[in-house]
Design a protein around this ligand. Structure first.
Ligand code: M6R
Length: 613
Protein backbone atom coordinates (compact mmCIF):
# COMPACT_ATOMS: atom_id res chain seq x y z
CA UNK A 1 0.00 0.00 0.00
CA UNK A 2 1.44 3.36 -0.96
CA UNK A 3 2.44 5.86 1.71
CA UNK A 4 1.50 9.51 1.28
CA UNK A 5 2.86 12.50 3.17
CA UNK A 6 2.56 16.27 2.79
CA UNK A 7 3.84 19.20 4.83
CA UNK A 8 3.36 22.94 4.83
CA UNK A 9 4.92 25.10 7.55
CA UNK A 10 8.23 26.48 8.79
CA UNK A 11 10.15 23.20 9.07
CA UNK A 12 12.34 22.05 6.17
CA UNK A 13 9.74 20.49 3.87
CA UNK A 14 11.70 17.61 2.35
CA UNK A 15 13.24 16.53 5.63
CA UNK A 16 9.80 16.51 7.26
CA UNK A 17 8.02 14.49 4.57
CA UNK A 18 10.87 11.97 4.52
CA UNK A 19 10.68 11.60 8.29
CA UNK A 20 6.94 11.05 7.96
CA UNK A 21 7.48 8.44 5.22
CA UNK A 22 9.88 6.56 7.49
CA UNK A 23 7.01 6.13 9.90
CA UNK A 24 4.98 4.48 7.14
CA UNK A 25 7.73 2.09 6.02
CA UNK A 26 6.04 -0.84 7.76
CA UNK A 27 3.39 -0.73 5.00
CA UNK A 28 5.93 -1.92 2.45
CA UNK A 29 7.01 -0.13 -0.75
CA UNK A 30 9.37 -0.50 -3.65
CA UNK A 31 10.20 3.08 -4.69
CA UNK A 32 9.94 6.56 -3.19
CA UNK A 33 9.95 10.21 -4.14
CA UNK A 34 9.38 13.79 -3.00
CA UNK A 35 8.32 17.07 -4.61
CA UNK A 36 9.06 20.46 -3.10
CA UNK A 37 8.28 24.05 -3.96
CA UNK A 38 11.64 25.83 -4.34
CA UNK A 39 12.89 29.32 -5.23
CA UNK A 40 10.06 30.99 -3.42
CA UNK A 41 7.60 28.65 -5.07
CA UNK A 42 8.60 29.40 -8.65
CA UNK A 43 9.69 25.83 -9.24
CA UNK A 44 8.44 22.43 -8.24
CA UNK A 45 11.30 19.98 -8.02
CA UNK A 46 10.86 16.23 -7.93
CA UNK A 47 13.43 13.71 -6.77
CA UNK A 48 12.59 10.01 -6.86
CA UNK A 49 14.28 6.64 -6.85
CA UNK A 50 13.53 2.94 -7.06
CA UNK A 51 14.28 1.06 -3.86
CA UNK A 52 14.30 2.06 -0.23
CA UNK A 53 14.09 5.53 1.32
CA UNK A 54 17.83 5.44 2.02
CA UNK A 55 18.47 5.44 -1.75
CA UNK A 56 16.28 8.51 -2.17
CA UNK A 57 17.82 10.26 0.83
CA UNK A 58 21.24 9.92 -0.82
CA UNK A 59 19.97 12.24 -3.56
CA UNK A 60 18.38 14.85 -1.33
CA UNK A 61 21.33 16.65 0.27
CA UNK A 62 20.64 19.87 -1.71
CA UNK A 63 17.10 20.02 -0.38
CA UNK A 64 17.54 18.83 3.16
CA UNK A 65 17.47 22.15 5.00
CA UNK A 66 15.33 24.20 2.64
CA UNK A 67 11.84 25.34 3.39
CA UNK A 68 8.89 24.99 1.07
CA UNK A 69 5.71 22.98 0.87
CA UNK A 70 6.57 19.36 0.16
CA UNK A 71 4.89 16.06 -0.61
CA UNK A 72 6.36 12.56 -0.30
CA UNK A 73 5.40 9.10 -1.46
CA UNK A 74 6.41 5.49 -1.02
CA UNK A 75 5.01 3.39 -3.84
CA UNK A 76 3.76 -0.18 -3.74
CA UNK A 77 3.71 -0.88 -7.47
CA UNK A 78 0.36 -1.56 -9.13
CA UNK A 79 0.40 -0.16 -12.68
CA UNK A 80 3.93 -0.51 -13.98
CA UNK A 81 6.95 -2.05 -12.29
CA UNK A 82 8.91 -0.60 -9.36
CA UNK A 83 11.14 1.70 -11.43
CA UNK A 84 12.28 5.30 -10.94
CA UNK A 85 10.07 6.67 -13.78
CA UNK A 86 7.05 4.94 -12.26
CA UNK A 87 7.81 6.26 -8.75
CA UNK A 88 5.71 9.19 -7.52
CA UNK A 89 5.42 12.20 -7.60
CA UNK A 90 4.48 12.69 -11.23
CA UNK A 91 4.85 15.97 -13.05
CA UNK A 92 2.42 17.71 -15.33
CA UNK A 93 4.01 18.15 -18.75
CA UNK A 94 5.00 21.77 -17.97
CA UNK A 95 6.63 20.66 -14.71
CA UNK A 96 4.50 23.06 -12.63
CA UNK A 97 2.28 20.52 -10.87
CA UNK A 98 3.38 17.44 -8.91
CA UNK A 99 0.98 14.74 -7.81
CA UNK A 100 1.12 11.71 -5.53
CA UNK A 101 -1.60 9.08 -5.50
CA UNK A 102 -2.67 5.97 -3.66
CA UNK A 103 -5.30 3.75 -5.29
CA UNK A 104 -6.31 2.71 -8.77
CA UNK A 105 -7.68 4.88 -11.58
CA UNK A 106 -9.82 2.41 -13.48
CA UNK A 107 -10.35 4.38 -16.68
CA UNK A 108 -6.75 5.54 -17.02
CA UNK A 109 -6.17 3.77 -20.34
CA UNK A 110 -9.04 5.59 -21.99
CA UNK A 111 -7.96 8.94 -20.46
CA UNK A 112 -4.35 8.32 -21.40
CA UNK A 113 -5.31 7.71 -25.05
CA UNK A 114 -7.39 10.88 -25.03
CA UNK A 115 -4.51 12.96 -23.63
CA UNK A 116 -1.96 11.39 -25.95
CA UNK A 117 -4.26 12.34 -28.82
CA UNK A 118 -3.92 15.94 -27.64
CA UNK A 119 -0.13 15.73 -27.61
CA UNK A 120 0.55 14.92 -23.95
CA UNK A 121 3.68 12.81 -23.59
CA UNK A 122 3.83 10.19 -20.86
CA UNK A 123 7.04 9.29 -19.08
CA UNK A 124 5.74 6.45 -16.91
CA UNK A 125 3.42 3.45 -17.13
CA UNK A 126 1.33 4.62 -14.19
CA UNK A 127 -2.34 5.46 -13.97
CA UNK A 128 -1.36 8.45 -11.77
CA UNK A 129 0.40 10.35 -14.54
CA UNK A 130 -2.89 10.49 -16.44
CA UNK A 131 -4.47 12.44 -13.62
CA UNK A 132 -1.73 15.06 -13.35
CA UNK A 133 -1.92 15.75 -17.10
CA UNK A 134 -5.68 15.95 -16.85
CA UNK A 135 -5.38 18.56 -14.07
CA UNK A 136 -2.90 20.56 -16.15
CA UNK A 137 -5.26 20.48 -19.12
CA UNK A 138 -8.16 21.78 -17.03
CA UNK A 139 -5.91 24.50 -15.57
CA UNK A 140 -4.79 25.60 -19.03
CA UNK A 141 -8.41 25.82 -20.09
CA UNK A 142 -8.65 28.74 -17.68
CA UNK A 143 -9.77 27.19 -14.41
CA UNK A 144 -8.24 28.17 -11.07
CA UNK A 145 -6.20 25.31 -9.59
CA UNK A 146 -8.86 24.14 -7.16
CA UNK A 147 -11.52 23.90 -9.86
CA UNK A 148 -9.08 22.31 -12.30
CA UNK A 149 -8.48 19.50 -9.78
CA UNK A 150 -12.20 19.06 -9.15
CA UNK A 151 -12.94 18.92 -12.89
CA UNK A 152 -10.17 16.41 -13.50
CA UNK A 153 -11.33 14.21 -10.62
CA UNK A 154 -14.84 14.26 -12.04
CA UNK A 155 -13.45 12.45 -15.11
CA UNK A 156 -11.82 9.72 -13.07
CA UNK A 157 -13.38 6.45 -11.96
CA UNK A 158 -11.79 4.22 -9.37
CA UNK A 159 -10.25 4.66 -5.97
CA UNK A 160 -7.80 7.29 -4.93
CA UNK A 161 -6.33 9.53 -2.36
CA UNK A 162 -4.16 12.25 -3.87
CA UNK A 163 -2.02 15.16 -2.70
CA UNK A 164 -0.80 17.88 -5.03
CA UNK A 165 1.65 20.78 -4.87
CA UNK A 166 1.97 23.32 -7.68
CA UNK A 167 3.99 26.34 -8.72
CA UNK A 168 0.70 28.06 -9.46
CA UNK A 169 -0.14 28.13 -5.74
CA UNK A 170 3.06 27.09 -3.95
CA UNK A 171 1.63 27.89 -0.52
CA UNK A 172 -1.20 25.43 -0.83
CA UNK A 173 -1.45 21.65 -0.76
CA UNK A 174 -4.59 20.14 -2.26
CA UNK A 175 -5.79 16.68 -1.34
CA UNK A 176 -8.79 14.51 -2.12
CA UNK A 177 -9.96 11.04 -1.19
CA UNK A 178 -12.41 8.44 -2.38
CA UNK A 179 -11.50 4.97 -1.16
CA UNK A 180 -7.89 5.02 0.03
CA UNK A 181 -7.16 6.43 3.51
CA UNK A 182 -6.01 10.01 4.05
CA UNK A 183 -5.71 12.14 7.18
CA UNK A 184 -4.92 15.76 7.97
CA UNK A 185 -2.68 16.50 10.96
CA UNK A 186 -3.24 19.94 12.48
CA UNK A 187 -0.22 21.71 13.99
CA UNK A 188 0.60 25.19 15.34
CA UNK A 189 1.07 27.28 12.20
CA UNK A 190 1.81 24.14 10.20
CA UNK A 191 -0.25 21.33 8.72
CA UNK A 192 0.33 17.78 7.58
CA UNK A 193 -1.25 15.25 5.24
CA UNK A 194 -0.67 11.53 5.41
CA UNK A 195 -2.13 8.20 4.42
CA UNK A 196 -1.89 6.97 7.99
CA UNK A 197 -1.75 8.37 11.51
CA UNK A 198 1.77 7.18 12.55
CA UNK A 199 3.30 9.61 10.02
CA UNK A 200 2.18 12.68 11.98
CA UNK A 201 2.52 11.51 15.58
CA UNK A 202 5.88 13.17 16.37
CA UNK A 203 4.41 16.49 15.20
CA UNK A 204 0.79 16.53 16.28
CA UNK A 205 -1.89 14.38 17.83
CA UNK A 206 -4.74 16.46 16.42
CA UNK A 207 -6.02 14.60 13.39
CA UNK A 208 -8.96 14.77 11.00
CA UNK A 209 -9.70 11.48 9.28
CA UNK A 210 -11.04 12.30 5.81
CA UNK A 211 -14.06 10.47 4.48
CA UNK A 212 -14.76 9.24 0.97
CA UNK A 213 -15.59 12.15 -1.28
CA UNK A 214 -13.67 14.75 0.77
CA UNK A 215 -11.59 17.49 -0.83
CA UNK A 216 -9.22 19.58 1.26
CA UNK A 217 -7.23 22.78 0.72
CA UNK A 218 -4.36 23.07 3.19
CA UNK A 219 -2.16 26.11 3.87
CA UNK A 220 0.23 26.78 6.72
CA UNK A 221 -2.55 28.47 8.67
CA UNK A 222 -5.75 26.85 7.47
CA UNK A 223 -7.50 23.64 6.45
CA UNK A 224 -10.62 24.02 4.30
CA UNK A 225 -12.69 20.91 3.95
CA UNK A 226 -15.34 20.47 1.25
CA UNK A 227 -16.90 17.62 -0.66
CA UNK A 228 -15.74 16.81 -4.17
CA UNK A 229 -18.88 18.58 -5.34
CA UNK A 230 -17.72 21.74 -3.55
CA UNK A 231 -20.05 21.82 -0.56
CA UNK A 232 -18.69 22.64 2.91
CA UNK A 233 -18.05 19.53 4.98
CA UNK A 234 -17.42 19.01 8.67
CA UNK A 235 -15.39 16.20 10.23
CA UNK A 236 -14.64 15.64 13.89
CA UNK A 237 -11.20 16.48 15.24
CA UNK A 238 -9.68 13.36 16.71
CA UNK A 239 -7.01 13.43 19.43
CA UNK A 240 -4.76 10.39 19.00
CA UNK A 241 -3.88 8.70 22.26
CA UNK A 242 -2.21 5.58 20.76
CA UNK A 243 1.50 5.01 21.03
CA UNK A 244 3.40 4.85 17.74
CA UNK A 245 3.45 1.06 17.56
CA UNK A 246 -0.31 0.78 18.00
CA UNK A 247 -0.81 3.54 15.44
CA UNK A 248 1.18 1.57 12.81
CA UNK A 249 -1.38 -1.15 13.14
CA UNK A 250 -4.25 1.27 12.70
CA UNK A 251 -5.17 0.84 16.36
CA UNK A 252 -5.24 -2.98 16.11
CA UNK A 253 -3.00 -4.92 18.51
CA UNK A 254 -1.54 -7.03 15.67
CA UNK A 255 -1.06 -6.76 11.92
CA UNK A 256 -2.90 -10.05 11.50
CA UNK A 257 -6.07 -8.60 12.98
CA UNK A 258 -5.69 -5.42 10.94
CA UNK A 259 -5.31 -7.51 7.80
CA UNK A 260 -8.33 -9.64 8.65
CA UNK A 261 -10.35 -6.43 8.86
CA UNK A 262 -8.90 -5.16 5.59
CA UNK A 263 -10.37 -8.09 3.67
CA UNK A 264 -13.57 -6.42 2.40
CA UNK A 265 -11.46 -3.61 0.96
CA UNK A 266 -8.86 -6.00 -0.45
CA UNK A 267 -11.53 -8.05 -2.24
CA UNK A 268 -13.19 -4.91 -3.61
CA UNK A 269 -9.81 -3.66 -4.87
CA UNK A 270 -9.08 -6.99 -6.54
CA UNK A 271 -12.41 -6.79 -8.37
CA UNK A 272 -12.05 -3.09 -9.17
CA UNK A 273 -11.62 -2.31 -12.84
CA UNK A 274 -12.09 -5.97 -13.77
CA UNK A 275 -15.88 -5.99 -13.91
CA UNK A 276 -17.71 -4.02 -16.57
CA UNK A 277 -21.00 -2.16 -16.00
CA UNK A 278 -22.60 -5.03 -17.98
CA UNK A 279 -21.34 -7.47 -15.33
CA UNK A 280 -18.80 -9.18 -17.54
CA UNK A 281 -15.14 -9.74 -16.67
CA UNK A 282 -12.34 -7.78 -18.30
CA UNK A 283 -8.72 -8.89 -17.76
CA UNK A 284 -6.46 -6.92 -20.10
CA UNK A 285 -3.59 -8.82 -18.48
CA UNK A 286 -4.55 -11.76 -20.74
CA UNK A 287 -4.61 -9.75 -23.96
CA UNK A 288 -1.39 -11.47 -25.01
CA UNK A 289 -3.36 -14.71 -25.48
CA UNK A 290 -5.66 -15.10 -28.49
CA UNK A 291 -9.07 -16.71 -28.11
CA UNK A 292 -7.69 -19.77 -29.95
CA UNK A 293 -4.72 -20.04 -27.60
CA UNK A 294 -6.97 -19.93 -24.55
CA UNK A 295 -9.21 -22.62 -26.05
CA UNK A 296 -6.19 -24.80 -26.81
CA UNK A 297 -5.30 -25.26 -23.14
CA UNK A 298 -6.85 -28.64 -22.48
CA UNK A 299 -5.30 -28.95 -19.03
CA UNK A 300 -4.72 -26.62 -16.12
CA UNK A 301 -1.96 -27.08 -13.56
CA UNK A 302 -1.95 -24.97 -10.39
CA UNK A 303 1.27 -24.74 -8.35
CA UNK A 304 1.68 -22.94 -5.02
CA UNK A 305 2.67 -23.40 -1.37
CA UNK A 306 0.86 -23.08 1.94
CA UNK A 307 -2.11 -20.77 1.94
CA UNK A 308 -1.69 -20.06 -1.77
CA UNK A 309 -1.97 -23.81 -2.39
CA UNK A 310 -5.22 -23.81 -0.44
CA UNK A 311 -6.53 -21.01 -2.64
CA UNK A 312 -5.59 -23.24 -5.58
CA UNK A 313 -7.63 -26.09 -4.04
CA UNK A 314 -10.68 -23.84 -4.01
CA UNK A 315 -10.01 -22.67 -7.56
CA UNK A 316 -9.68 -26.25 -8.86
CA UNK A 317 -13.32 -26.93 -8.07
CA UNK A 318 -14.57 -23.74 -9.64
CA UNK A 319 -12.45 -24.11 -12.77
CA UNK A 320 -13.46 -27.71 -13.32
CA UNK A 321 -17.11 -26.89 -12.73
CA UNK A 322 -17.14 -23.88 -15.03
CA UNK A 323 -14.66 -24.88 -17.73
CA UNK A 324 -14.96 -28.66 -17.78
CA UNK A 325 -11.19 -29.22 -17.98
CA UNK A 326 -9.03 -31.30 -15.68
CA UNK A 327 -7.29 -29.10 -13.12
CA UNK A 328 -4.38 -30.48 -11.13
CA UNK A 329 -3.27 -28.65 -7.98
CA UNK A 330 0.23 -29.41 -6.76
CA UNK A 331 2.27 -28.31 -3.81
CA UNK A 332 5.16 -26.58 -5.58
CA UNK A 333 7.87 -28.52 -3.71
CA UNK A 334 6.33 -31.81 -4.89
CA UNK A 335 5.73 -30.62 -8.42
CA UNK A 336 9.29 -29.50 -8.99
CA UNK A 337 10.75 -32.90 -8.14
CA UNK A 338 8.00 -34.96 -9.74
CA UNK A 339 7.57 -36.03 -13.32
CA UNK A 340 4.78 -33.60 -14.16
CA UNK A 341 2.31 -34.26 -16.93
CA UNK A 342 2.42 -30.79 -18.41
CA UNK A 343 3.15 -29.67 -21.94
CA UNK A 344 2.26 -27.08 -24.52
CA UNK A 345 -1.42 -27.85 -24.02
CA UNK A 346 -1.18 -26.86 -20.32
CA UNK A 347 -1.97 -23.58 -18.66
CA UNK A 348 0.08 -23.35 -15.47
CA UNK A 349 -1.41 -21.06 -12.82
CA UNK A 350 1.22 -20.00 -10.32
CA UNK A 351 -0.17 -18.55 -7.09
CA UNK A 352 1.95 -16.60 -4.60
CA UNK A 353 1.48 -13.63 -2.32
CA UNK A 354 5.15 -12.65 -2.23
CA UNK A 355 6.03 -13.78 -5.73
CA UNK A 356 9.37 -14.91 -4.30
CA UNK A 357 8.68 -18.34 -2.79
CA UNK A 358 11.62 -20.48 -3.90
CA UNK A 359 9.68 -23.71 -4.46
CA UNK A 360 6.92 -21.95 -6.37
CA UNK A 361 9.42 -20.16 -8.58
CA UNK A 362 11.21 -23.44 -9.27
CA UNK A 363 7.88 -25.09 -10.13
CA UNK A 364 7.14 -22.25 -12.55
CA UNK A 365 10.47 -22.84 -14.27
CA UNK A 366 9.82 -26.58 -14.41
CA UNK A 367 6.41 -26.03 -16.02
CA UNK A 368 7.98 -23.59 -18.47
CA UNK A 369 10.66 -26.18 -19.33
CA UNK A 370 7.85 -28.55 -20.31
CA UNK A 371 6.34 -25.92 -22.59
CA UNK A 372 3.41 -24.77 -20.43
CA UNK A 373 2.12 -21.21 -20.60
CA UNK A 374 2.46 -19.39 -17.27
CA UNK A 375 -0.18 -17.12 -15.78
CA UNK A 376 0.49 -16.06 -12.22
CA UNK A 377 -1.67 -14.67 -9.45
CA UNK A 378 0.68 -12.57 -7.36
CA UNK A 379 0.40 -9.77 -4.82
CA UNK A 380 3.82 -8.13 -5.14
CA UNK A 381 4.31 -6.27 -8.39
CA UNK A 382 7.62 -6.87 -10.12
CA UNK A 383 8.44 -9.92 -7.97
CA UNK A 384 10.40 -12.82 -9.50
CA UNK A 385 7.32 -14.92 -10.23
CA UNK A 386 5.58 -11.95 -11.83
CA UNK A 387 8.60 -11.21 -13.99
CA UNK A 388 8.92 -14.78 -15.23
CA UNK A 389 5.24 -15.22 -16.13
CA UNK A 390 3.58 -14.77 -19.51
CA UNK A 391 0.80 -12.85 -17.81
CA UNK A 392 0.11 -11.72 -14.24
CA UNK A 393 -3.22 -11.09 -12.58
CA UNK A 394 -2.30 -9.10 -9.51
CA UNK A 395 -4.26 -9.44 -6.33
CA UNK A 396 -4.74 -5.99 -4.88
CA UNK A 397 -4.48 -6.99 -1.23
CA UNK A 398 -1.81 -4.40 -0.42
CA UNK A 399 1.21 -5.42 1.66
CA UNK A 400 0.58 -8.34 3.96
CA UNK A 401 2.86 -8.08 6.97
CA UNK A 402 1.63 -10.80 9.29
CA UNK A 403 3.26 -14.15 8.52
CA UNK A 404 -0.16 -15.79 8.72
CA UNK A 405 -1.76 -15.02 5.40
CA UNK A 406 -5.35 -13.79 5.45
CA UNK A 407 -6.20 -11.08 2.94
CA UNK A 408 -3.85 -12.65 0.38
CA UNK A 409 -5.85 -15.90 0.56
CA UNK A 410 -9.26 -14.37 -0.10
CA UNK A 411 -7.94 -12.17 -2.90
CA UNK A 412 -6.15 -15.11 -4.51
CA UNK A 413 -9.45 -16.98 -4.67
CA UNK A 414 -11.19 -13.92 -6.10
CA UNK A 415 -8.47 -13.43 -8.75
CA UNK A 416 -8.56 -17.13 -9.71
CA UNK A 417 -12.35 -16.94 -9.97
CA UNK A 418 -12.09 -13.87 -12.19
CA UNK A 419 -9.67 -15.76 -14.41
CA UNK A 420 -12.05 -18.71 -14.70
CA UNK A 421 -14.91 -16.37 -15.55
CA UNK A 422 -12.76 -14.62 -18.15
CA UNK A 423 -12.17 -17.98 -19.85
CA UNK A 424 -15.88 -18.81 -19.58
CA UNK A 425 -16.90 -15.53 -21.23
CA UNK A 426 -14.37 -16.14 -24.02
CA UNK A 427 -15.57 -19.70 -24.58
CA UNK A 428 -19.28 -19.02 -24.28
CA UNK A 429 -20.06 -22.48 -22.90
CA UNK A 430 -22.60 -20.99 -20.47
CA UNK A 431 -25.27 -18.42 -21.25
CA UNK A 432 -24.42 -14.77 -20.66
CA UNK A 433 -27.12 -14.68 -17.95
CA UNK A 434 -25.53 -17.55 -16.07
CA UNK A 435 -22.12 -15.91 -16.19
CA UNK A 436 -23.31 -12.46 -15.19
CA UNK A 437 -25.05 -14.06 -12.21
CA UNK A 438 -21.65 -15.38 -11.09
CA UNK A 439 -20.11 -11.96 -11.57
CA UNK A 440 -22.87 -10.31 -9.55
CA UNK A 441 -22.36 -12.82 -6.73
CA UNK A 442 -18.62 -12.15 -6.75
CA UNK A 443 -19.25 -8.44 -6.27
CA UNK A 444 -21.39 -9.23 -3.22
CA UNK A 445 -18.43 -10.77 -1.38
CA UNK A 446 -16.99 -7.62 0.25
CA UNK A 447 -20.32 -6.98 1.97
CA UNK A 448 -20.64 -10.59 3.05
CA UNK A 449 -17.17 -10.52 4.63
CA UNK A 450 -17.96 -7.18 6.26
CA UNK A 451 -21.04 -8.72 7.80
CA UNK A 452 -18.99 -11.62 9.24
CA UNK A 453 -16.60 -9.10 10.78
CA UNK A 454 -19.60 -7.30 12.25
CA UNK A 455 -20.30 -10.47 14.25
CA UNK A 456 -16.78 -10.69 15.71
CA UNK A 457 -18.11 -10.46 19.25
CA UNK A 458 -19.66 -13.93 18.95
CA UNK A 459 -16.32 -15.33 17.80
CA UNK A 460 -14.63 -13.68 20.78
CA UNK A 461 -17.03 -15.42 23.16
CA UNK A 462 -16.44 -18.70 21.34
CA UNK A 463 -12.65 -18.24 21.58
CA UNK A 464 -12.94 -17.78 25.34
CA UNK A 465 -14.76 -21.12 25.59
CA UNK A 466 -12.26 -22.96 23.34
CA UNK A 467 -8.94 -21.33 24.25
CA UNK A 468 -7.87 -24.11 26.60
CA UNK A 469 -8.48 -26.93 24.09
CA UNK A 470 -5.42 -28.47 22.47
CA UNK A 471 -6.63 -30.68 19.60
CA UNK A 472 -8.66 -29.38 16.66
CA UNK A 473 -9.96 -31.12 13.55
CA UNK A 474 -11.45 -29.31 10.56
CA UNK A 475 -13.86 -31.17 8.29
CA UNK A 476 -15.68 -30.31 5.12
CA UNK A 477 -16.75 -31.62 1.75
CA UNK A 478 -16.17 -30.03 -1.64
CA UNK A 479 -15.41 -26.34 -1.29
CA UNK A 480 -15.72 -26.75 2.45
CA UNK A 481 -12.90 -29.30 2.47
CA UNK A 482 -10.65 -26.81 0.68
CA UNK A 483 -11.41 -24.12 3.25
CA UNK A 484 -10.90 -26.61 6.11
CA UNK A 485 -7.27 -26.96 5.03
CA UNK A 486 -6.74 -23.23 5.27
CA UNK A 487 -8.58 -22.80 8.57
CA UNK A 488 -6.48 -25.58 10.16
CA UNK A 489 -3.25 -24.02 8.88
CA UNK A 490 -4.21 -20.68 10.42
CA UNK A 491 -4.70 -22.17 13.85
CA UNK A 492 -1.59 -24.34 13.82
CA UNK A 493 0.85 -21.70 12.59
CA UNK A 494 -0.02 -19.00 15.10
CA UNK A 495 -1.26 -20.92 18.15
CA UNK A 496 1.08 -23.96 17.88
CA UNK A 497 -1.89 -26.24 18.52
CA UNK A 498 -2.50 -29.49 16.74
CA UNK A 499 -4.98 -28.69 13.98
CA UNK A 500 -5.72 -31.17 11.20
CA UNK A 501 -8.04 -30.94 8.21
CA UNK A 502 -9.78 -33.90 6.61
CA UNK A 503 -12.27 -34.46 3.85
CA UNK A 504 -15.29 -35.19 6.07
CA UNK A 505 -15.99 -38.51 4.37
CA UNK A 506 -12.53 -39.72 5.35
CA UNK A 507 -13.17 -39.44 9.09
CA UNK A 508 -14.53 -42.93 9.48
CA UNK A 509 -11.56 -44.35 7.55
CA UNK A 510 -9.23 -43.66 10.44
CA UNK A 511 -9.16 -40.22 12.09
CA UNK A 512 -12.48 -40.79 13.91
CA UNK A 513 -10.48 -42.99 16.30
CA UNK A 514 -8.90 -39.80 17.64
CA UNK A 515 -12.18 -38.13 18.58
CA UNK A 516 -12.89 -38.10 22.29
CA UNK A 517 -14.19 -35.57 24.81
CA UNK A 518 -12.14 -32.37 24.65
CA UNK A 519 -11.34 -32.65 20.95
CA UNK A 520 -12.79 -29.77 18.92
CA UNK A 521 -14.12 -30.62 15.46
CA UNK A 522 -14.94 -27.69 13.20
CA UNK A 523 -17.49 -28.83 10.62
CA UNK A 524 -17.88 -26.55 7.62
CA UNK A 525 -21.33 -27.21 6.17
CA UNK A 526 -22.05 -24.41 3.73
CA UNK A 527 -22.96 -26.39 0.61
CA UNK A 528 -26.72 -27.17 0.61
CA UNK A 529 -26.19 -30.14 -1.74
CA UNK A 530 -23.88 -31.77 0.82
CA UNK A 531 -25.56 -30.64 4.01
CA UNK A 532 -27.16 -33.98 4.90
CA UNK A 533 -23.84 -35.75 4.49
CA UNK A 534 -22.15 -33.23 6.77
CA UNK A 535 -24.95 -33.61 9.29
CA UNK A 536 -24.11 -37.32 9.49
CA UNK A 537 -20.46 -36.43 10.15
CA UNK A 538 -21.50 -33.96 12.83
CA UNK A 539 -23.55 -36.67 14.52
CA UNK A 540 -20.66 -39.16 14.31
CA UNK A 541 -18.39 -36.71 16.11
CA UNK A 542 -21.02 -35.72 18.69
CA UNK A 543 -21.69 -39.39 19.48
CA UNK A 544 -18.02 -39.81 20.43
CA UNK A 545 -17.99 -36.83 22.77
CA UNK A 546 -16.12 -34.43 20.48
CA UNK A 547 -17.05 -30.74 20.66
CA UNK A 548 -18.69 -29.82 17.36
CA UNK A 549 -18.36 -26.29 16.01
CA UNK A 550 -20.60 -26.10 12.94
CA UNK A 551 -20.10 -23.35 10.35
CA UNK A 552 -23.35 -23.01 8.45
CA UNK A 553 -25.26 -20.51 6.29
CA UNK A 554 -27.37 -18.14 8.38
CA UNK A 555 -30.63 -19.67 7.11
CA UNK A 556 -29.67 -23.19 8.22
CA UNK A 557 -30.79 -24.61 11.59
CA UNK A 558 -30.60 -28.37 11.09
CA UNK A 559 -27.18 -28.69 12.75
CA UNK A 560 -28.24 -26.80 15.88
CA UNK A 561 -29.45 -29.85 17.78
CA UNK A 562 -26.23 -31.84 17.34
CA UNK A 563 -23.58 -29.12 17.38
CA UNK A 564 -22.16 -27.63 20.57
CA UNK A 565 -21.37 -24.33 18.87
CA UNK A 566 -22.72 -22.81 15.68
CA UNK A 567 -21.18 -20.01 13.62
CA UNK A 568 -23.51 -18.57 11.00
CA UNK A 569 -22.24 -16.90 7.85
CA UNK A 570 -24.13 -14.91 5.22
CA UNK A 571 -25.66 -16.95 2.41
CA UNK A 572 -23.44 -16.75 -0.66
CA UNK A 573 -23.14 -18.97 -3.73
CA UNK A 574 -21.43 -22.20 -2.54
CA UNK A 575 -18.65 -21.76 -5.09
CA UNK A 576 -17.66 -18.52 -3.35
CA UNK A 577 -18.31 -19.55 0.24
CA UNK A 578 -14.62 -20.18 1.13
CA UNK A 579 -14.00 -16.42 0.87
CA UNK A 580 -16.59 -15.85 3.58
CA UNK A 581 -16.49 -18.98 5.74
CA UNK A 582 -12.75 -18.74 6.36
CA UNK A 583 -13.10 -15.33 8.03
CA UNK A 584 -14.61 -16.34 11.41
CA UNK A 585 -12.02 -19.13 11.59
CA UNK A 586 -9.18 -16.68 10.92
CA UNK A 587 -10.57 -14.62 13.78
CA UNK A 588 -10.93 -17.66 16.00
CA UNK A 589 -7.33 -18.73 15.32
CA UNK A 590 -6.14 -15.22 16.08
CA UNK A 591 -8.13 -14.99 19.33
CA UNK A 592 -7.02 -18.41 20.56
CA UNK A 593 -3.39 -17.60 19.78
CA UNK A 594 -3.75 -14.29 21.61
CA UNK A 595 -5.31 -15.97 24.63
CA UNK A 596 -2.36 -18.38 24.65
CA UNK A 597 0.11 -15.49 24.60
CA UNK A 598 1.64 -16.47 21.24
CA UNK A 599 3.79 -14.23 19.07
CA UNK A 600 1.10 -13.71 16.46
CA UNK A 601 2.60 -11.64 13.65
CA UNK A 602 5.88 -13.54 13.63
CA UNK A 603 5.22 -17.10 14.77
CA UNK A 604 8.16 -19.21 15.82
CA UNK A 605 10.15 -20.95 13.06
CA UNK A 606 8.26 -19.23 10.23
CA UNK A 607 9.12 -16.47 7.74
CA UNK A 608 6.86 -14.29 5.64
CA UNK A 609 8.66 -14.99 2.42
CA UNK A 610 10.20 -18.45 2.06
CA UNK A 611 13.02 -17.86 -0.38
CA UNK A 612 14.91 -21.05 0.45
CA UNK A 613 13.95 -24.65 -0.29
O1 M6R B 1 4.26 -15.78 -0.71
P1 M6R B 1 3.57 -17.08 -0.98
O2 M6R B 1 2.10 -16.92 -1.18
O3 M6R B 1 4.20 -17.83 -2.13
O4 M6R B 1 3.80 -17.93 0.31
C1 M6R B 1 3.37 -19.26 0.39
C2 M6R B 1 3.37 -19.76 1.81
O5 M6R B 1 4.67 -19.71 2.35
C3 M6R B 1 2.42 -18.98 2.72
O6 M6R B 1 1.13 -18.98 2.21
C4 M6R B 1 2.40 -19.58 4.14
O7 M6R B 1 1.83 -20.83 4.10
C5 M6R B 1 1.67 -18.66 5.11
N1 M6R B 1 2.42 -18.49 6.31
C6 M6R B 1 0.34 -19.17 5.53
O8 M6R B 1 -0.30 -18.33 6.41
Amino acid sequence: MCGITGYIGNRPGVRTVIDMLRRLEYRGYDSAGVAVATHGGKNIEIVKAAGKLSVLEGELSDYWDKQGAAIGHTRWATHGGPTTPNAHPHYSSDGRIALIHNGIIENFQQLRAELQGEGYVFTSETDTETLVHLIEREYKRGEVMEQAIRDALARVTGAYSIVLVSAHEPDVLYAAKTASPLIVGLGENENFLASDIPAVLPYTRQVVVLEDGDFVRVTQASVTLTTLAGERAHRELFTVTWDEQTAEKGGFPHFMLKEIYEQPRAIADTLRGRITPEETVVLPELDGFTREQLAAFTRVQIVACGTAYHAGMVAKRFWEHLLRRPVEVSVASEFRYGDPLVGTDTLCLVVSQSGETADTLAALREARRHGAAIVSVVNVVGSSIARESDAVVYTQAGPEISVASTKAYVTQIVALNLLALHFAFVEGRQSADELTAYVRDLTALPDAVESVLGGALLVEELAERLASRTVFFYLGRGYDYAVSLEAALKLKEISYLHAEAYAAGEMKHGPLALVEPGVVVVCFSTEPRLFDKMLSNIKEVAARGGTVLAVVPENETRADASADEVLRIPVVRPEFSPVVSVVPLQLLAYLIARARGCEIDQPRNLAKSVTVE
